[in-house]
Design a protein around this ligand. Structure first.
Ligand code: BGC
Length: 280
């Protein structure tokens, strides 16, 4: 029998692919996390805006989401602390009933030459960037499994998007704690995806390249610094948070229903080893 190609519109409202879904974005009061929270809200989701400091910034994000007609609430929690993460998920369940989408975004850098790196710098980065993703993902998965698939909401029981980095594959001298944390995120994501796919839970990563956010301000703030940075980016521009947020909406939606265990590099070609375009 000949197979027929069927073009499917996966959402009844293509402009609101996440209608009525409940999302939690960690580190959502600035940079990439903020852009993801706003984009998920625009796509129809109610959003928990997690933050650890600067509550006024979290409130600002919440207000913008509310103006678009969705529900939103700010919640302070250090993602590396099990008790705080569990309190956040309990509050989310109280307020929104459940969770459909987790964007594991909170992350930081504590840079140092290798021989000077302190155990505190190492532990802080691994604690937030890797253990934090584990703790949040585990709570989300417990809820996904409890609730299961609700076909009117999504064809998945839940979606997890891990914010990784091009440094899950590109080694990064002077930042070994950060690169190690993102390499860890890659295997955390893939192993979870493998284990949880039979339960209809999708787990994927986004690997941003250089995106204009506070984390790497020094790398793009001056024309000289930006010039150096652009040598590493074939597309010839530094990314903006919206570049990442659009990928997050797609990964959270049923449009990516057959995608799990993968990293989407959103990096203007940074992982294409641009030095080899003319060298090697
Ligand atoms: C880091 C940025 C850096 C970019 C490209 C990101 O993961 O947080 O500081 O500019 O990778 O190297």
């Amino acid at each position: 029998m000949r197979q027929r190609l069927i073009i499917v519109n996966t959402s009844p409202d293509p402009l609101k692919p996440l209608r009525n879904q409940k999302a939690l974005v960690t580190g959502a009061n600035s940079g990439i996390g903020e852009a993801c929270a706003l984009a998920l809200g625009e796509a129809g989701a109610d959003v928990v805006v997690n933050y650890v400091s600067r509550p006024e910034e979290a409130d600002r994000v919440v207000e913008i989401i509310k103006q678009s007609g969705r529900r939103a609430l700010a919640f302070q929690a250090d993602v590396s602390r099990e008790d705080q993460v569990q309190a956040m998920f309990a509050r989310m369940r109280e307020e929104f009933g459940t969770i459909d989408i987790l964007v594991n975004n909170a992350g930081l850098q504590r840079d140092a030459r290798f021989q000077e790196m302190s155990l505190e710098q190492w532990n802080t980065v691994i604690g937030i960037n890797l253990t934090g993703q584990f703790l949040c993902a585990r709570e989300a998965v417990r809820e996904f499994l409890r609730r299961g698939v609700v076909p009117d909401v999504s064809s998945a029981a839940g979606k997890i998007i891990c914010m990784s980095s091009v440094h899950e594959v590109i080694p990064w001298g002077g930042h070994v704690n950060y690169a190690a944390s993102k390499g860890g995120v890659m295997q955390l994501m893939k192993s979870m995806a493998q284990e949880l796919a039979p339960k209809k839970i999708r787990v994927n990563s986004i690997a941003p390249g250089a995106i204009k956010t506070p984390i790497n301000r020094a790398a793009w703030e001056t024309p000289q610094a930006e010039g150096e940075l652009l040598k590493l980016i074939p597309e010839g521009r530094v990314g903006v948070p919206g570049d990442i947020a659009r990928a997050a909406v797609w990964l959270a939606s049923d449009a990516s229903d057959y995608v799990t265990g993968t990293t989407i590099f959103v990096d203007g070609g940074m992982t294409l080893y641009p030095g080899f375009a003319t060298g090697g």
